[in-house]
Design a protein around this ligand. Structure first.
Ligand code: SAM
Length: 295
């Protein structure tokens, strides 16, 4: 089985776009080429042998499956949006998690996909088109500039926040770190991390402040505490004053947050060596006191 994998060989993952195809049909089609297993953690995610090459496969070209890694696929799944909800994807391009949300919501309800960068908005729109989702509204602008009290967000129940990060959990970045480093680079790196963390903290606090939101997921592909546990701990006071608690995404997952504050065991980490990819997920939830039963 896949447990025999060692070294840097990494299984290939594909997420079935259930807006266009059911999982069993995808398995049947892909089994003609490779050995296929269902992922044990994420529904609709398939695991294939390292080196499986599907870039030009017709199921990829027509958006029936997406080449999306396991960590990336865990984020929308951790948010658990329900069909019919309104959901905000705060930093959304190129949109892999946005269209995953649409699939989890069975194409029902509404997703607002916010993205600051114009070129990346174009990529987001291509991804949405490929997915076949028709309930995604793209907003080109700064997430921090959105007014949580604006009536357009009055029904937003969940927010996915996957902000710009250092990418230190990804393989290419790790290869960079094997090269000789210079003091000037280290200084630059620490300033860059600090700048990213300032934005990440503001964005997470902002996400928690939307009045009807009851689920917020924060994720990065970074291994740095400053972008992960420290960001979460910076909003704990605000979160609890708003009625949020830290919840446990994928409780069966073994590797949790670094033990740097009480409650960090709720957080989820992936390790770049052991899990072949560095990643971080935090989930905040609250039980809304306002009656939502009619919606
Ligand atoms: N969630 C995406 C996916 O799975 O395909 C990846 C998101 S990427 C890590 C972060 C994105 O946030 C970038 O596209 C970046 O341009 C965008 N971004 C950065 N600052 C932003 C801001 N203030 N408001 C909205 N989007 C922002």
């Amino acid at each position: 089985g896949l447990s025999q994998l060692n070294g840097h060989v990494k299984p290939r993952y594909v997420r079935v776009n259930t807006l266009k195809m059911d999982v069993d049909s995808a398995v049947q089609e892909l089994e003609k080429l490779y050995k296929v297993q269902k992922d044990e953690t994420v529904p609709d995610l398939l695991v294939m042998p390292p080196g499986s090459d599907l870039h030009a496969h017709h199921l990829v070209m027509n958006g029936r499956i997406f080449l999306q890694g396991k960590a990336s696929s865990m984020v929308a799944a951790a948010l658990q949006p329900e069909a019919g909800w309104e959901v905000l994807d705060a930093c959304s391009a190129p949109g892999n998690k946005t269209v995953h949300l649409a699939a989890l919501m069975k194409g029902q309800g509404k997703i607002i996909a916010c993205e600051l960068n114009q070129e990346r908005v174009n990529r987001l729109e291509q991804t949405i088109k490929l997915s076949g989702a028709t309930n995604i509204e793209v907003f080109h602008g700064d997430f921090l500039g959105l007014n949580p009290k604006d009536p357009s967000f009055a029904k937003v129940r969940a927010i996915l926040l996957d902000p710009s990060c250092s990418g230190s959990g990804t393989i290419t970045d790790r290869l960079d770190h094997l090269l000789p480093s210079h003091a000037a680079d280290d200084k630059y790196d620490s300033m860059r991390l600090h700048k990213l963390a300032v934005f990440q903290k503001k964005a997470l606090a902002h996400a928690l402040s939307f009045p009807q939101v009851e689920r917020v997921v924060y994720s990065t592909c970074s291994i740095h505490q400053i972008e992960n546990e420290d960001v979460v701990s910076s909003v704990l006071h605000l979160a609890s004053s708003l009625g949020f608690k830290l919840d446990t995404p994928f409780p069966q997952w073994q590797r949790r947050g670094l033990p740097v504050f009480a409650g960090s065991e709720h957080l989820l980490r992936m390790d770049p060596v052991e899990d072949k990819e560095g990643f971080f997920i935090a989930l905040f939830t609250k039980t809304n006191t306002i009656d939502n039963s009619e919606s």
